[in-house]
Design a protein. Structure first.
Length: 321
């Protein structure tokens, strides 16, 4: 989405967004937050062109009932803006890293087998909508790919046709967290994606994006989340323990199930964890270590043995000719 900036920081905000995107970051949610900051400045300090301590800390003030992680999400892009301004010789106050204090780590929702089955069953029931002719196909496949391959939601959303090798079942993830990697699909997932591609190609011949929206472009983050919630709400599942389900929790569930499988097999997690870390595209092993805590917490709940196949979640592939 294209935002119109109007405050005294307009050129600097546009500059930092351009810089981040030039090195491979999508910077979508951050651009929205900077747009909110721009609106804040128009109201609070319309004539200000210097990012002072007073302006920055007023922005960093916690709102009533605001979760610490949400506050951190608001602060980080403005901190990056200040760093960018300093880098080009414009003095700006950088909000200290210690603010707003250490946030409690978000505990993801780990899907149960019943929740997964219910969600994908409802996803398969999505009907053709002439306004978005491929949406019913996308909704049936994209969330399965995220879960079965442990992808980030943005990685699936921004996947290009040229990066999906449907003959060998490999997906190339470009510039995610400034790193490229290749993810291998299970055979049933490969067949599902191949059938999907053949159907969508008839709707959008020669398209660029593997999962196209109604215009043939990629889905925005908001539209993607909306599609997820439309499907989830139809499951009728309301007795949720802990935090509510999110798209990104398919990736967390993939990771926890994989670790539980290794625990069941008696494997040394210290030996196999680096493989999971590389597969997930983590920058450091410490990012993957977090899942060890989740395995311990959810071990009594997640008992299904996963072999790398997801046949019970994959519908029959239909090929023509």
């Amino acid at each position: 989405m294209i935002y119109r900036f109007q405050s005294g920081f307009k050129s600097y905000i546009e500059g930092v967004i351009e810089q981040k995107r030039a090195v491979g970051y999508s910077y979508e949610s951050q651009a929205y937050i900077l747009w909110c900051f721009d609106r804040f400045c128009l109201e609070y300090c319309p004539q200000e062109k210097v990012l002072t301590k007073e302006v920055a800390l007023h922005w960093a003030k916690r709102k009533e009932n605001e979760h610490p992680s949400s506050l951190q999400g608001r602060i980080s892009p403005v901190r990056q803006l200040a760093k960018y301004m300093n880098s080009i010789g414009i003095e700006a106050y950088i909000i200290p890293q210690g603010l707003p204090g250490k946030c409690p780590r978000y505990v993801p929702h780990i899907y149960t087998d019943n929740e997964l089955h219910s969600f994908f069953t409802e996803a398969d029931k999505c009907r053709l909508d002439k306004r978005s002719p491929a949406r019913h196909l996308v909704s049936s496949v994209v969330f399965r790919l995220i879960y079965c391959c442990g992808l980030r939601s943005s990685e699936a959303r921004l996947l290009k046709v040229e990066d999906v090798d449907l003959e060998v079942g490999a997906v190339r993830i470009r510039d995610s967290k400034a790193k490229n990697r290749t993810v291998v699909m299970a055979e049933d997932v490969r067949q599902l994606c191949k059938s999907f591609n053949e159907q969508v190609e008839k709707i959008f011949p020669g398209r660029d994006w593997f999962f196209p929206n109604q215009h043939g472009s990629h889905y925005s983050s908001d539209a993607f989340i909306y599609m997820f919630h439309q499907i989830w709400d139809r499951t009728g599942i309301t007795n949720i323990c802990g935090n509510p389900p999110r798209v990104h929790d398919f990736r967390h569930t993939f990771s926890v199930k994989r670790l539980n499988l290794w625990v069941d097999e008696g494997k040394d997690l210290n030996a196999v964890l680096p493989y999971l870390s590389m597969y997930l595209g983590h920058a450091t092993l410490s990012e993957t270590d977090y899942y060890l805590h989740l395995v311990h917490d959810f071990f009594s709940v997640i008992t299904e043995r996963t072999s790398g196949k997801f046949a019970h979640l994959i519908p029959e592939a239909e090929y023509e000719g």
